[in-house]
Design a protein around this ligand. Structure first.
Ligand SMILES: Nc1ncnc2c1ncn2[C@@H]1O[C@H](COP(=O)(O)OP(=O)(O)OP(=O)(O)O)[C@@H](O)[C@H]1O
Length: 691
């Protein structure tokens, strides 16, 4: 059945309720910790830093006040903060620290009072927090603490845009909006009409096709980039070609790193560009394109400089004044100065943004005031299959043309809530069309809606040995992938440093089939909700440890033996990653490997967390080994696809072929493939060390 068009307001209404459920799922765990725990517990959980005082404050990037917080010298501990989970870029609240007996009352004060800001620097002895305009140390005289907050800015922007869409009438729809909801078809594309002179001569044919297609399409083009196929490489060429055609472009991605990656690669081409976003969240290498930085350093910034100097002087004088009336007078002056500063800054921002042919921002950053009246010819969204659709609409509602790059066959964005079940109907015929869930990305939906004619796929991959690529290519990408000659036969023994030729280093694909070798899975105490029985997708340490799941100690011991053999042969631990879908296995592995002492630099992580990454050697621990053939969420093909496409020269799969093979037809095929094509080994638990 052909997919049906969707009305934007219907879509928006359903997204609003899905987003509300998701936000409450996301914040409820942190919120319950915040309201029930003492500062010490929160600090142990990596959510807070306690016992700080304000050392100094000054005007930082973008005119924001930076509070320099240092450990209270009365506390001792040699002035060192110790273990904490606060990182640069985190959104935090700085508030007066509750004293013993006052905890409860003071905590309420923390929620309402204190000041909110972004962490701009974390050192051994203190943290710096850039706080909102007009906020400073007023009322924060004594000992303070810093608490990590859930970031609700993204939700605010998505909700705003969905509320706007909900109220739209037919006459408000742009042509692009009509096409993206299937109310109109995209204009057919004639790629051959225009001769494209490629700037990067090394682009392969499928990349060139994608560039031609993206340039020729009038409204929408999808660039489908399987792992390692040079998706970003291709986008850079598209951007440069559009610039030659005098187009104005907005480039977005779901994460700061996805956007910075493009800024870094555009920089050598001397492209006039501006990167929006809080400087604390940007890579240092892209800071000289940051709007906040340029509002201080560029020529356009001269008009704000004087006011900033005056503000700094005032701030310094607050420190010297003890008299309450005088301090209040200074605060009043500061308010006026800030107003002046904001007005001048706005002028400066308009000049800078208005003068840039390429503007780059995260999807939610594209909803900031800086772009309110800006128009673009083309919006490009990288990593579109990792973005929530509601987020994509932030830059799209007024756009004319969109180019999306992504891979819908890898994992979609992480969703924590379970979608509501449709209400049971009294009659058998459904009266409403199903609307997409949060896991359905715009990329997915458009492919279903308009078919493969709106996409071009990149077909040469520059990452994996041919043998590693074969199964995902045949089973996920219709056998369309080929390995570039530079990588097709590359082995660990060819690494640019000495590696001994051993059974473990000369094989690109190894399968330790543990069936019959006595490698049973262990089930930790199961939480009541079986959905939680899988790896938590949040990277927070506390939530990782809070959840229990499956582990397989014998598999872990086998992995220890294998990586010891690899490192003894000369492979650097930093070229090795071990990934597994299960949290308990991660915990177990980290305990027995003792990475920092024995394998410094080796990475251990979840499959989900490794999306977008690569390593010379990747070991996958499949964990599941039981009589029932129960494999849980190993069944998700996109997760397996991500797992099996991270390795460049060596993929080592450790698992019970018998049990895993019963999990799904796809898993059965994979196990059969590994038996046929991999260097197959049947380990016995009795031969392992550390058990
Ligand atoms: N035409 C090409 N010729 C040579 N090398 C290329 C070509 N295209 C891409 N590469 C190389 O392939 C690698 C992957 O490229 P890039 O990072 O652009 O891929 P990607 O598809 O964005 O990655 P991911 O799979 O992580 O999404 C890079 O090292 C890049 O230099």
């Amino acid at each position: 059945m052909a997919p049906q068009p969707l009305s934007p307001p219907t879509f928006a209404t359903s997204q609003l309720s899905l987003l509300a459920a998701e936000q409450s799922a996301e914040t409820s765990s942190t919120a319950s910790l915040l309201s029930t725990s003492s500062p010490t517990t929160l600090s142990r959980a990596g959510l807070a830093i306690t016992n700080l005082v304000i050392g100094a404050q000054r005007t930082g990037l973008g005119g924001k006040t930076v509070l320099e917080l240092e450990l209270d010298s009365a506390i001792g501990r040699e002035g060192v903060l110790g273990e904490h989970g606060v990182r640069v870029g985190d959104i935090v609240r700085v508030g007066e620290q509750p004293r013993g007996g006052e905890r409860k009352r003071e905590r309420v004060g923390m929620e309402k009072g204190g000041v909110e800001g972004v962490v701009v620097r974390v050192g051994e002895r203190g943290v710096w927090v850039a706080v909102g305009e007009g906020e400073g140390e007023e009322g924060l005289g004594g000992r303070v603490w810093v608490v990590k907050l859930a970031n609700d800015v993204t939700y605010k922007r998505m909700n705003q845009i969905m509320e706007r869409m909900q109220k739209m009438e037919e006459k408000d729809y742009t042509t692009l909006t009509r096409i993206l909801f299937g109310l109109e078809s995209p204009t057919p594309v004639a790629e051959g009409d225009e001769e494209v002179k490629f700037i990067d001569e090394t682009l392969n044919e499928s990349q060139r096709n994608a560039v031609r297609f993206a340039l020729a399409s009038r409204e929408v083009a999808l660039v489908h980039g399987p792992p390692g196929t040079g998706k970003t490489y291709t986008l850079i060429e598209i951007i440069l070609q559009l610039l030659q055609r005098k187009k104005r472009i907005l480039v977005c991605g779901p994460s700061n790193i996805s956007v910075d990656n493009i800024v870094e690669r555009l920089a050598p081409h001397k492209v006039p560009m501006i990167r929006l976003g809080h400087p604390a969240r940007l890579l240092p290498s892209v800071l000289n394109h940051s709007l906040d930085v340029l509002t201080q350093t560029s020529e356009a910034a001269e008009i704000v400089k004087d006011v900033r100097k005056e503000m700094d002087a005032k701030q310094a004088s607050i420190k010297k004044t003890r008299n309450g009336r005088e301090r209040r007078a200074i605060y009043t002056d500061m308010k006026d100065l800030r107003k002046e500063y904001r007005e001048r800054e706005k002028q400066c921002v308009n000049t800078l943004v208005g003068g840039s042919q390429v503007v780059l921002a995260t999807l939610h950053g594209a909803g900031g005031f800086q772009l309110r009246n800006e128009e673009f010819d083309v919006v490009i969204i990288d990593e579109a299959s990792q973005a929530l659709e509601a987020q994509c609409w932030i830059p799209l509602l007024s756009a004319k043309k969109v180019i999306l790059a992504g891979d819908h066959l890898q994992l979609p964005p992480t969703i924590k809530s379970t979608p509501p079940k449709p209400k049971p109907k009294t009659d058998a015929v459904p009266t409403t069309k199903p609307t997409p869930t949060l896991e359905t990305t715009l990329f997915d939906r458009l492919l279903t809606l308009h078919g493969p004619s709106i996409k071009r796929m990149l077909k040469i991959q520059y990452r994996m040995h041919e043998k590693i690529m074969r199964f995902p290519s045949d089973n996920m990408y219709s056998s369309a992938l080929t390995a570039a000659p530079s990588v097709a036969h590359r082995l660990l023994t060819d690494l640019p440093y000495p590696v001994k030729d051993t059974d473990d280093t000369r094989e690109p694909l190894i399968f330790y089939d543990t069936q019959g070798g006595d490698f049973p899975e262990t089930n930790s105490d199961s939480p009541s909700d079986t959905n939680n029985n899988e790896t938590p997708t949040s990277k927070s340490k506390s939530s990782l440890l809070a959840l229990s799941s499956h582990s397989n100690p014998s598999e872990a011991a086998l992995i220890l033996t294998h990586i010891t053999s690899l490192t003894t042969a000369g492979i650097h631990p930093s070229d090795i990653a071990i990934i597994t879908p299960y949290a308990a296995q991660l915990t177990y592995l980290s305990r027995i490997l003792r990475i920092q002492e024995n394998f410094p630099g080796l990475e251990l992580g979840t499959v989900d967390g490794f999306q977008g990454r690569e390593k010379e050697v990747v070991v996958i621990s499949l964990v599941r080994s039981n009589g029932e053939g129960e494999v849980g969420f190993l069944r998700e093909e996109r997760r397996l696809n991500v797992g099996m496409t991270r390795a460049r020269r060596g993929l080592v799969v450790v698992g019970d072929g018998g049990c895993v093979g019963r999990g799904s037809p796809f898993l059965k095929k994979w196990m059969e493939f590994l038996e046929e094509e991999a260097d197959l080994r049947y380990p016995d638990v009795a031969d392992l060390q550390g058990i």
